[in-house]
Design a protein around this ligand. Structure first.
Ligand code: ADP
Ligand code: ADP
Ligand code: ZN
Length: 215
């Protein structure tokens, strides 16, 4: 199963990807997670990427394309993968096609999560994640059993630096300018499957599984 999850910040890509990982035993490739790891490790790439991420802009195409190209060549991708947060621009989508063609692979589907803008802001401001294992939560829609503590590993829940309202607005604008055109791109490639991302987390998951089974 070779999938792309498409949708604005807060649409539920990471949440749905984590559930699909368990179901299909294929890796989640989140460029956001990979970039945040590089920021934490203070690699040269991480230091540069942080400026763009803090401003809510996109990290340059050549940087993310390079990361994904390397990642897709690792052995664990041989039976499939879930791309979460990549591609985000038309050049990234073109590069993905080229990389997959080089590897003799093809995408099975691009799942596009549709969510209203007001809901996105509420999702992002309430988003938390575990500092130790990365598991995602929402203070209202997907709360941990004990406030601020991870159910899976008892780690501390933290808020991302870029989940502040001013940065969120910028990220939405960037999404509309640079990423939304990918809906047409994948529609034309006959890969696009739209899903109502406003439903509860488990209902969205069922819709996605329904699409994948019908494929
Ligand atoms: P979200 O899940 O809220 O959409 P991500 O974790 O995917 O956010 O990305 C966080 C930030 O990392 C983005 O705002 C951007 O700066 C950078 N980033 C992630 N993926 C990409 C990408 N494919 N191209 C460019 N920048 C990216
Ligand atoms: P993305 O990766 O697309 O930026 P996330 O998966 O991180 O989005 O979800 C953003 C926030 O919204 C998280 O706090 C998550 O728990 C919550 N969330 C995800 N899906 C839903 C949903 N269907 N209904 C309500 N909240 C959701
Ligand atoms: Zn944890």
């Amino acid at each position: 199963m070779k999938l792309v999850l498409l949708g604005p910040p807060g649409a539920g890509k990471g949440t749905q990807a984590a559930m699909l990982v368990e179901r299909f035993a294929i890796p989640q490739i989140s460029t956001g997670d990979m970039l945040r790891a590089a920021v934490r490790e203070q690699t040269a790439m991480g230091i540069k990427a942080k400026e763009y991420m803090d401003a809510g802009g996109l990290v340059p195409d050549e940087v993310v394309i390079g990361i994904v190209r390397e990642r897709l060549q690792l052995k664990d991708c041989k039976d499939g993968f879930i791309l979460d947060g990549f591609p985000r621009t038309v050049p990234q989508a073109d590069a993905l096609q080229q990389t997959l063609a080089d590897l003799g692979k093809d995408l099975d589907a691009v799942i596009s999560l549709q969510v209203d803008i007001e809901a996105l802001v509420e999702r992002l401001t309430g988003r938390r994640s575990c500092a130790d294992c990365g598991k995602g939560y929402h203070i209202k829609f997907d709360p941990p059993t004990t406030a601020d503590i991870c159910d899976a590993c008892s780690g501390k829940l933290i808020q991302r630096d870029d989940d502040q309202e001013a940065t969120i607005r910028n990220r939405m604008a960037v999404y509309h300018e640079q990423t939304a055109p990918l809906e047409d791109y994948y529609q034309q490639a006959k890969l696009l499957k739209s899903v109502d991302g406003m439903a509860d987390i488990s209902v969205v998951q069922e819709q996605i599984l329904g699409i994948l089974q019908a494929d």
